[in-house]
Design a binder for this molecule. Structure first.
Ligand code: C5P
Length: 225
């Protein structure tokens, strides 16, 4: 078995309000991407990282070729996150892929271990997820409530998501070819009839999307250290 981290980092991330793509913003002295890669490559079972970057990316540091003694390789991403993941999977030659958003720098070692253990021991693969805590409203016009949605069986999908590489490539290919909405890897697996395992993860494994998230990430890191 060989496990690689697959890191889609080809997004522009403009909602964070900076000209610099969000994965290159600084958090406690290091870029968000370096925090993310360091969290992944610290895991003893992850052998290396394949990072999908934009074709015109000028910010990925050329010196970032290894961390924790393990290789970091880049490939060109695609039009959507799913296309970027597919390109990165094709550029790697592992048996299992641990797909993790570049913009989630706060992944804990315990969550990573738990999702890898579940993902490699089950043919369905696994994803970190968090039960929905808020009351949910359905709106048909973005301004008025139609009704309240039962949240008792709803989960927020996080990353990492761990799947057999070849199965994930086949699922992404099928889902993208059919024009299905593929916002995470699990949704591609669901498209081909697989029910991935949910592994409850920490809710503070946030994706940095807005300036408020960056401040929140700084705060969480400071609390942890
Ligand atoms: O835009 P969003 O926050 O959903 O992006 C999630 C992750 O997917 C980010 O790490 C982003 O860099 C990546 N991405 C990508 N290729 C795209 C769009 C997003 O690798 N075309």
């Amino acid at each position: 078995m060989s496990i690689w981290a697959i890191v889609p980092a080809a997004g522009r991330g403009t909602r964070v309000g900076s000209a610099l793509p969000k994965q290159y913003l600084t958090l406690a002295g290091r870029s968000i991407l370096e925090h993310t890669l360091s969290a992944l490559l610290s895991h003893e079972l992850i052998a290396g990282a394949m990072v999908a970057i934009a074709a015109d990316d000028v910010d990925f540091p050329s010196s970032l070729t290894s961390l924790c003694g393990k290789p970091i390789v880049t490939c060109v991403g695609g039009e959507t996150r799913a296309h970027s993941v597919l390109n990165a999977l094709r550029a790697s030659s592992c048996t299992h892929a641990v797909v993790h958003d570049a913009a989630r720098p706060l992944l804990s070692a315990d969550d990573l271990s738990a999702v890898i253990a579940a993902g490699v021991s089950s043919s369905t693969g696994a994803l970190l997820a968090s039960p929905v805590a808020d009351t949910l409203k359905l709106s048909s016009d973005s301004s008025h409530v139609v009704r309240t949605v039962d949240r008792s069986s709803l989960w927020r999908a996080l990353t990492p998501q761990v799947f057999e590489r070849d199965a994930l490539i086949a699922a992404l290919d099928s889902a993208l070819f059919a024009g299905a909405s593929v916002t995470d890897e699990a949704s591609a697996m669901e498209f081909v009839g697989v029910s991935p395992l949910l592994v409850e993860g920490r809710a503070d494994n946030i994706k940095v999307t807005t300036p408020g998230d960056l401040a929140m990430a700084e705060f969480i890191l400071a609390q942890r250290s």
